[in-house]
Design a protein around this ligand. Structure first.
Ligand code: SAH
Length: 208
C-alpha cells in the first residue's frame, strides 16, 4: 500500500496544489488503510470519502490535506479536531502539531478511533460544535463536518492569531472557510467549495 500512498500524495495532493511539504510528508506517512473498515480496505487510496459505519465517512484525502494546510501548523501547537470519525484527520494533524484533542459525538466511532490512534491523540466524546473549553485555547481548530455557520464557541476557544477551518453552508454543499481570530473580530480568509457530512449539535444542524 506504500506505492498507492505515494501515488495519492503526488496525484491527488501535490498535483492539485497542496504545497506545504510537512503536510505532504505527513500524508505520506499515515496509513489510511488502518482507518477504514476491512470491507473497504482495498479502496483506501481512492480519491474519495469512504463509509466508516454509523452513516459517517472518512474524508477525501485532498480535503484532509487541505484542512491541514489551512491550519498553518509548524509543530509546537495545541490543536482541536472536531468530528473524529475514523481518526484519520486527527492522525495527520498529530504528525504536524504537539498536542491534539479530537471530539466525536458517536461513542462507537470514538472508541474505534481511540484504538487505532493509540494515545497519539486524546479522543473525547461529546458535542464538538461547542468545542472543548477545558483544554482551550487552541492555536488551530479543524472541523471535519459541515456547519450552517461557523460555530462561535470554536472561535472563542482560539488564541489570538489562531485559525478555525470549517466547512460552512447547506447540508449538501459548502465552502471550506478559514477564520482567523483577531482583536478586531473574525477575519474570513477564503473559501474552497467542498462537501462534508453535517455537524450535528448546538452550533451545528439538528439531528434527523
Ligand atoms: N475527519 C474525519 C471525518 C469524519 S466525518 C475522518 O477523516 O474520518 C465527520 C464526523 O463528525 C462524523 O464521525 C460525525 O459523527 C462527527 N460529528 C458530527 N457532528 C459532531 C459534533 N457536533 N461533535 C462531534 N462530532 C460530530
Amino acid at each position: 500500500m506504500v506505492a498507492e500512498r505515494e501515488a495519492m500524495v503526488e496525484l491527488q495532493l501535490r498535483a492539485r496544489g497542496i504545497r506545504d511539504e510537512r503536510v505532504l510528508a505527513a500524508m505520506g506517512r499515515v496509513p489510511r488503510e488502518d482507518f477504514v473498515p476491512a470491507g473497504v480496505r482495498s479502496r483506501a487510496y481512492e480519491d474519495a470519502a469512504l463509509p466508516i459505519g454509523e452513516g459517517q465517512t472518512i474524508s477525501q484525502p485532498y480535503m484532509v490535506a487541505r484542512i491541514c494546510e489551512e491550519l498553518g501548523l509548524n509543530g509546537g501547537e495545541r490543536v482541536l479536531d472536531v468530528g473524529t470519525g475514523s481518526g484519520y484527520q486527527a492522525a495527520v494533524v498529530a504528525e504536524l502539531a504537539r498536542e491534539v484533542h479530537s471530539i466525536e459525538r458517536i461513542p462507537e466511532l470514538a472508541e474505534r478511533a481511540r484504538a487505532v490512534l493509540r494515545g497519539r491523540v486524546v479522543v473525547h466524546v461529546g458535542d464538538g460544535s461547542r468545542g472543548l473549553p477545558e483544554h482551550a485555547p487552541f492555536a488551530a481548530i479543524g472541523v471535519g463536518a459541515a456547519a450552517p455557520r461557523f460555530p462561535h464557541a470554536l472561535y472563542e476557544q482560539l488564541q489570538v492569531g489562531g485559525r478555525l477551518v470549517v466547512p460552512v453552508g447547506s447540508r449538501s454543499a459548502q465552502t471550506l472557510q478559514v477564520i482567523v481570530r483577531s482583536p478586531e473580530g473574525p477575519a474570513v480568509l477564503h473559501a474552497v467549495p467542498c462537501r462534508f457530512v453535517p455537524l450535528i449539535g448546538e452550533e451545528g444542524y439538528h439531528a434527523g
